[in-house]
Design a binder for this molecule. Structure first.
Ligand SMILES: [Zn+2]
Ligand SMILES: [Zn+2]
Length: 139
């Protein structure tokens, strides 16, 4: 997930372009998708001057906020998974058997965790198949 400092929207996965306004993040890309630093005027690999427009630099104070927001669901899920696992172990230690609800809860959380890890790419692929990318239109 990447935050676009220009249009203030998020694009799922690890995109090269903002899927809303078409700018590149902290780099300039030539038509062959070579990645160049934002201060480059010419592509260092193919010599093309047709470089993409990078979004403005993200304000320094915003970086930890964006990172926290994108990591938060994963952190909460991981904490819940650990808590349920501990509850399961405690139930095992006291009763000698784990209650059904705990196992179900654990499986649901594990599934959510799996979805959380895989979702951005799923969304990206789904969106790409619905709306063909128009990235190349912008130069
Ligand atoms: Zn954007
Ligand atoms: Zn190039």
């Amino acid at each position: 997930m990447r935050y676009c400092p220009l249009c203030h929207r998020l694009t799922a996965g690890d995109p090269l372009f903002c899927s809303h306004c078409g700018t590149t993040y902290d780099a300039k890309l030539c038509p062959s998708r070579h990645i160049n630093p934002r201060q480059a005027d010419v592509c260092s690999q193919c010599g093309s001057r047709d470089l993409s427009t990078p979004a403005p630099r993200m304000p320094l104070w915003l970086r930890p906020v964006v990172l926290a927001v994108s990591l938060l669901p994963g952190v909460i899920l991981a904490l819940l998974l650990v808590l349920v696992a501990i509850a399961m172990l405690q139930a095992l230690a006291t009763n000698g058997q784990v209650q059904g609800q705990l196992i179900v809860l654990f499986l649901i959380l594990a599934l959510l965790w799996w979805i959380y890890i895989h979702l951005p790419k799923f969304i990206q692929k789904a969106l790409r198949s619905i709306w063909p990318s128009k990235k190349q239109d912008r130069h």
